[in-house]
Design a protein around this ligand. Structure first.
Ligand code: PAF
Length: 284
C-alpha cells in the first residue's frame, strides 16, 4: 500500500498528537504554509527537521491575508501533491484545517503588529499583515511548537512574526530559512506559476536588479541613490514597481547615505503577477 503522511484537520487532534510527542520527550517544529509547495517550502521542512524531532507542516490558504482584489480564488491548490511532498521531505504530520476550523462562526479577533506593517508590502496590501499575524498567532497557539520556520523570501513577514512572538511572549523560537532560487536567480514562489513563458524569461531581472543595488551599496553608494537606480532599471525593463527599498535589516527603518548593514527589498508587478524579493548587505 502506498505510504501517506499522517494528516489532521482539527486543532484538538493536532494538540493531542503534539502532546503525545512531548510526553515522549520529542521537540516539535512547525512550518506554516499556504500549500502549492515547491523546493523553497521543502527547504524549510529540511531546516525544521535539522532542529527538532518532529515537524508539523500546516497547509491553509488564509483568506484573511488576501485583499478583495487579490488572487484568493486563483491561488494554486494541490492538496494531494502537497501531502506527497511533505511525506518525501520527512514531515511527521500535515495539519490541513478548513476555513471553518480556523474561522468559526462569530470569529472576530484580529492581531495587528503596529509599525513594521505600515509600509513596503503593508502599504500596497492594506490588512495583509493583520491577516498573517492573526493566522500565525492561531497556528502557534494550536500547535505550541518549540520552533517555527518561515522563509526569508517574505522578509517583512518574517520580521512581523518575530515581533508578534516577542510582543506576546510566545514561547517559540522563530527561525528564518534562506531564499531558494531557480538557476537564473528567480526566487521560488507559488505565484511564479502565474507567469507566462515570456514573463518567466524576464522575471529574473528582479533579482539581478536588487543584487546590483546591494553591490552598489557595498561600493559605498548612498542608499537613496542606489534604490532609485534600481527602480529606474526595473521600470525600464517593463516592471510596475511597488517599491525598491534599502532598510535596516532588523527594524525595516529606511536608511540613507552609505550603509554597512542593510536589506534591499523590492516588490514589482509583471503582468498580473506580483513578485517580491530581497537580499542582504553585505551579501553572505
Ligand atoms: O508565507 C505564507 O505562506 C503565509 O503568509 C503563512 C505564513 C503560511 C500564513 O498564512
Amino acid at each position: 500500500m502506498a505510504r501517506s503522511i499522517a494528516t489532521t484537520r482539527t486543532a484538538p487532534d493536532l494538540r493531542d498528537r503534539v502532546a503525545a510527542w512531548r510526553d515522549a520527550g520529542k521537540s516539535i517544529a512547525l512550518v506554516p504554509t499556504m500549500g502549492a509547495l515547491h523546493a523553497g517550502h521543502l527547504s524549510l521542512v529540511a531546516l525544521a527537521k535539522s532542529k527538532a524531532d518532529a515537524v508539523v507542516a500546516s497547509v491553509f490558504v488564509n483568506p484573511a491575508q488576501f485583499g478583495p482584489k487579490e488572487d484568493l480564488a486563483l491561488y494554486p491548490r494541490d492538496e494531494a501533491g502537497d501531502l506527497a511532498k511533505l511525506l518525501d521531505a520527512g514531515a511527521a504530520l500535515a495539519y490541513v484545517p478548513d476555513a471553518a476550523e480556523m474561522y468559526p462562526p462569530s470569529y472576530s479577533t484580529r492581531v495587528s503588529v503596529g509599525d513594521l506593517t505600515d509600509d513596503l508590502c503593508g502599504a500596497a496590501r492594506p490588512n495583509h499583515f493583520d491577516g498573517v499575524a492573526s493566522i500565525v498567532a492561531k497556528l502557534l497557539m494550536q500547535c505550541a511548537p518549540d520552533i517555527a520556520v518561515f522563509g526569508e523570501k517574505d522578509y517583512q513577514q518574517l520580521l512581523v512574526v518575530r515581533r508578534l512572538v516577542r510582543d506576546l511572549d510566545m514561547p517559540v523560537e522563530i527561525v528564518g530559512g534562506p531564499v531558494i532560487r531557480e538557476a537564473d536567480g528567480l526566487a521560488l514562489s507559488s505565484r511564479n506559476a502565474y507567469l507566462s513563458p515570456e514573463e518567466r524569461k524576464r522575471a529574473p531581472v528582479l533579482f539581478q536588479t536588487i543584487r546590483d543595488v546591494a553591490a552598489d551599496l557595498e561600493r559605498g553608494r548612498g542608499a537613496d541613490d542606489a534604490a532609485l537606480a534600481g527602480r529606474f532599471k526595473l521600470e525600464a525593463e517593463g516592471f510596475r514597481v511597488d517599491y525598491v527599498a534599502v532598510r535596516d535589516p532588523d527594524t525595516l527603518r529606511p536608511l540613507s547615505g552609505p550603509v554597512k548593514r542593510a536589506r534591499v527589498l523590492a516588490a514589482v508587478h509583471l503582468g498580473r503577477t506580483r513578485l517580491i524579493d530581497n537580499v542582504p548587505v553585505p551579501s553572505r
